[in-house]
Design a protein around this ligand. Sequence first.
Ligand SMILES: Nc1ncnc2c1ncn2[C@@H]1O[C@H](COP(=O)(O)OP(=O)(O)OP(=O)(O)O)[C@@H](O)[C@H]1O
Ligand SMILES: [Mg+2]
Length: 240
Amino acid sequence: MRAPVTELPVVLDRVSARAGTMIIVDSVSLSIASGSPTLVVGPNGAGKSTLLRLCMGLLRPTEGRIMWGGRADPTPTRRAFVFQRPVMLRRTVAANVAYGLRHADHPHEKIAARTAQLLKRVGLSDLASRAARRLSGGEQQRLALARALARDPELLLLDEPTASLDPAATRSVEEIIRMAAESGIKIVMASHDLGQVKRLAGDVVFMLRGAVREQTSAATFFTNPTTEEAAAFVRGELVV
Ligand SMILES: Nc1ncnc2c1ncn2[C@@H]1O[C@H](COP(=O)(O)OP(=O)(O)OP(=O)(O)O)[C@@H](O)[C@H]1O
Ligand SMILES: [Mg+2]
């Protein structure tokens, strides 16, 4: 019998990513295990999005190695990714989710019921037949989360999903993320918002100029950061 495939832990062993001569991610070693959300923080250009893309397998390291649950095969089985600006299909809200389910090889006869369940989970039941591209930014982000959840992920990677949202929309997206985490999905999320990091993080990965400078519990990161740059970042100073 084959062991069930698992995505966790995600282990990065001296992973680098280059674009031409520029080094974007610089020899990062990191282990991401199941548990409460991991928040990836750091200034613009630190390499957060690139790190998430590596963890998703969307980008191959130029050096080093990534393992998912002990496998080096980057094919995502139970991983999902939500981009900062989600791309909506030119279809209804429900059709966007159903598309995700078909992609995840969901049994055909169960797609309608599962779509309804997912839309309920993200609070979009009333908008099921609306054109997805007509949704507000916050609604689109919730739809993107429903599509990602349709893949029944074990690992959900989120790249600043609330960056362009107002506080109310941010709150509903955070609520969905919290519920997903409570249901056992491992969340790895890039964020600029220190308040959000405090609200959601179990642990924090602090990046600067392509390197991971700190990986620690959220409590330690905020009260007792080890590097001066992280301390300055926590104080809200401009770190570049
Ligand atoms: N394909 C690429 N080719 C060249 N440079 C790239 C490429 N992808 C990323 N970069 C550069 O690598 C650096 C890190 O980019 P990345 O998007 O990972 O940072 P980030 O931490 O997510 O930043 P932000 O907070 O602005 O989203 C940036 O300077 C970016 O311009
Ligand atoms: Mg980014």
